[in-house]
Design a protein around this ligand. Sequence first.
Ligand code: APR
Length: 270
Amino acid sequence: MDSRLIDKTVDLLLGADHVVVLTGAGISTESGVPDFRSPGGIWERYDPTMFFIERFLSDPEEVWRCMLDMHRSSEFTLWDAKPNRGHRALAYLEEVRIVKAVITQNVDNLHQKAGNRTVIEFHGNMLFARCLKCRQKYGYEEVLQDLEKNFTPRCRCGGILKPDAVFFGEAIPQDALKRSFREADECDLMLVIGTSAQVEPAASLPRIAKGMHSLLRGLGGIPLMKPRCSVIEINWEPTPLTGDVSDFLIQGRSGDVLSAIEQKIREKKG
Ligand code: APR
């Protein structure tokens, strides 16, 4: 963990006007929630097509059985996972009004459990289920009881309930999409934490922050670069953003890096 880059990040955080954070599954691995693409990740344990919307609509019982298997698995914590030092550091940065919003690709509710209030759930939230007919929302515990009896939980209106995470082939919730694009466009500093930056449209947010997707175009169609914005990655390995979009990568465990940043800011704030 490069302490010079930590110090540089602390100075940028203290000097920025609008800091936005984009997180991926990597920030939750220290809470026991596997990420998707690292060795031993979720896509090594479960077939990703299980989370295609067409598959759910054609056989909801099969998908709910898989969800129950995940819930019962001893190697897999999601529903009862606890926030780790990385989540708590981001809650502190929002509490001291440095971080304006956390855009998360995660569906584990851990930023909210840690205390962040402005959390944009880009891929929904697996701790809830929603009726496909009337859109009524249910807590997971409520659905689990039903699941033990019949593998296709239903809403009081009779509609089928679906986990409230965004499945492959489903649209990103409009409100989350709009707010995320606006935050990325307005920020002057974006922390990109624990994401492989391989899944669109979330992976475009750092590019929008850098003004590389600027919708504004000047003479001759040249994009008008938005005012200076720094993009800083925190990851234990480089990603497609490294060296292309991000200003620099702090290579390390997100919990270590974020708690070091929190510590230095607490010291500076006295
Ligand atoms: N500290 C720092 N980085 C970590 C840590 C850690 N403790 N653990 C994992 N990482 C990094 C990995 O190196 C990887 O770059 O986090 C990243 C996790 O990448 P993915 O597993 O691809 O997760 P994510 O980027 O969130 O996936 C995006 O893909 O499958 C879909 O909907 C799913 O939201 C998910 C999306």
